[in-house]
Design a protein around this ligand. Structure first.
Ligand code: GN1
Ligand code: MG
Length: 341
């Protein structure tokens, strides 16, 4: 585990001797700790600069949205970052950026969903967030990750890996490569969405997994967290990633694909929760695309895992040799189950 340089703690005015730090959370991209001082708890994160080349863009987005909500939705619980003693949003030390948030007392995050009610609450929180920001001037958001959910580009990257990737892995993945190609119509639908003005660019979270929602002690949603990928986007990104990560009782890491199934009550709960807030915001064409959302995100994730496998795991890394291959296969089974719904 990486350790926290004392300079970072000092920048926030903490005495390193009196801070207890524990690794926290399960994200693949950034490293997170929970800090405990004598009086309060905090969340400290490094930002992965291979992934996010401009950490300042993240800080700027969080600030812009935070200020907007303070003025226009003062009752919304927004987790404002903790500033350093000199008033900065981040600390740069040893070639890494660090940022800190208060740990919200009485809150907890979940790593798995056990009830449809939790899916409803989470979807409602992501819906609330986008709805409260519907009048926010979207061009004020900086692009923290260019083309993050650009499915056409993800497909091109896959095609590129078929030419330039690891040949042994391309041979190994022949079957799934065929399945991906057979489903290319999912990319065509995305292209038609891009050229349809009824699909609005909205303030989109782009990482709606369950651990990015804070719950209170009675399991009501409090707010959403992790705004690194906050960017203009389409609602199918947020709704779709909830479908991708909430519908199935097992995660993308599961190797036993017979455990992959769609929980119907969760499907309804996600749509009901999201539309309880966004129902009046979505246009008719957008509502017609509610079922497409899950297909779009699951297919994109399968593409990304497979492409990374073909490229020797350079983006996601792998704890065992076939991990990204397994993840891609897992997502394709999930896709098939959703398409049969
Ligand atoms: C990454 O780091 P984490 O787990 O929040 C990825 C998401 C993927 C996810 C798959 C910036 O998210 O897009 O859906 O892994 N984030 C980035 O587990 O690439
Ligand atoms: Mg994230």
């Amino acid at each position: 585990m990486a350790s926290i340089p004392s300079e970072v703690l000092l920048a926030y005015g903490f005495d390193p001797e009196f801070v207890e730090a524990q690794s926290f959370g399960t994200g693949l991209i950034n490293h997170t700790w929970k800090l405990q001082t004598a009086t309060a708890a905090y969340i400290l994160q490094t930002i992965n600069q291979q992934v996010f080349p401009i950490p300042n863009a993240i800080a700027s987005n969080i600030n812009a949205v935070g200020e907007y909500l303070k003025l226009n939705a003062p009752d919304y619980f927004f987790v404002h970052p903790v500033k350093t003693l000199s008033g900065d949003a981040m600390v740069f030390d040893d070639n890494k950026y660090y940022r800190m948030f208060p740990f919200v007392a009485g809150s907890h995050a979940k790593t798995v969903l056990t009830s449809a009610q939790e899916a409803f609450e989470a979807a409602k929180q992501f819906g609330t967030f986008t709805k409260l920001l519907s009048e926010f001037e979207i061009q004020k958001l900086q692009i923290t990750l260019p083309d993050f959910h650009n499915l056409t580009l993800r497909y091109h990257q896959f095609e590129d890996a078929l030419i330039n990737g690891n040949q042994a892995r391309i041979d190994q993945a022949k079957t799934i490569i065929g399945e991906i190609k057979r489903n290319k119509n999912i990319v065509d639908t995305y292209q038609s969405i891009l050229s349809n003005p009824a699909f609005k660019l909205r303030v989109t979270h782009h990482d709606t997994k369950i651990s990015n929602v804070l719950f209170d002690s009675s399991d009501k949603g409090i707010c959403v967290i992790d705004l690194d990928t906050l960017m203009p986007g389409y609602f199918i990104s947020d709704l779709g990633d909830m479908m991708r990560t909430y519908l199935c009782p097992v995660s993308e890491e599961e190797k036993d694909f017979s455990k992959i199934e769609i929980r119907h009550s969760f499907y309804k709960a996600i749509i009901d929760g999201y539309c309880s807030e966004m129902g009046d915001e979505l246009t008719g064409d957008e509502k017609d695309a509610l079922p497409y959302a899950g297909v779009f995100m699951i297919y994109m994730q399968a593409l990304r895992f497979l492409t990374d496998f073909l490229n020797n795991d350079r983006y996601y890394g792998a704890r065992y040799p076939d991990q990204n291959f397994v993840r891609a296969g897992n997502q394709m089974v999930l896709l098939e189950k959703l398409q049969m719904l």
